[in-house]
Design a protein around this ligand. Sequence first.
Ligand code: F6P
Length: 359
Amino acid sequence: MKIAVNTGGGDAPGLNAVIRSVVLAASKKGWEVYGIKYGYRGLIDTKQIIRLTPSDVWDITNIGGTILGTAIKGDPFNFQVAKSDGTIAETDISDTIVSNFKALGLDALIAIGGDGSLRIANKFFKKGMPIIGVPKTIDNDICSTDVTFGFDTAVNTATEAIDKLHTTAKSHDRVMVVEVMGRYVGWIALHSGISGSADAILIPEIPFDLEKVCNKIRQLALIGQDYAIVVVAEGAKPIGGDITILEKAHLGGEIRLGGIGRKVSDLIGSMTGKETRHIVLGHLQRGGAPTTFDRLLALRFGAAAVRLAEAGKFGSMVALHSNDIVSVSIEDAVREMKCISSDSDIIITARSLGISFGD
Ligand code: F6P
């Protein structure tokens, strides 16, 4: 067999571990492995395809990012190019990609990506490409898998930051508002906020009333805690309000969320009279070495993807179910976003600990 691997969407710690596992597991079977650079771009300009051998990947398990590069923009089914008159032209270049893939004599593509990239992978599968999906994202918003790799590392980074903010918040009697990533779901905010002993956590799944958060801060002062930590997911929104956008989508990209942390901080300041500061953790959450959990999950996903390719189970995605690696259909996995249910144990736990969701 001759297989290819690519990484699409925002990077996540653990991508290199999957690549290493794919290369080692496939090479052990005597297969050839090729890396497609920058998502599907390497299948438009096939000079961007590189041979990957075990010696290329020996030491990359613990390295963040992706040795293949990745791309957020450039959906081949809806490829956008800027014309000289300033307008945008949209074309479907997926046929070129399929024919280049066939011309290279490849037997399978292991596509490592988040919801957007897996949706594209599924469309290619429907066009006849032999695709196996591997779910990645720090946001943890992909259905059909208990968790994605990258999430644990991002939560660790955020928790460590929140831990550090406690001492400075306490020393100055301030409210520190920490904005974390996660797009339209609150998994990173919820897990890091609980682990980092936040006083309030604002997530997209539970629209907030800031007066409730301010009441929590006032109550804390009454029992002698003159500081507070508020963790805000970038996609959090007030009851009846909208998400805060940093930048609109352009040229095939996605809208950029951000700015809710600053808004919440300013409003808490004016509503409570307390001194507030806000911090945006941003891309720090996507960087660094993957945690042991993410390394193991990524290595297990990579090896399982090779087994699925060998079995010819194309159109399927590797997933974690109660500590077992299973295969699910990509189509099912991308049908909807995995949101936090308001009656889940983790929300109940947070409420038992006295954490406010502003509801
Ligand atoms: O999907 C992962 C993610 O890090 C989101 O949490 C965040 O909204 C987005 O990507 C940021 O994307 P970019 O790298 O384009 O700024």
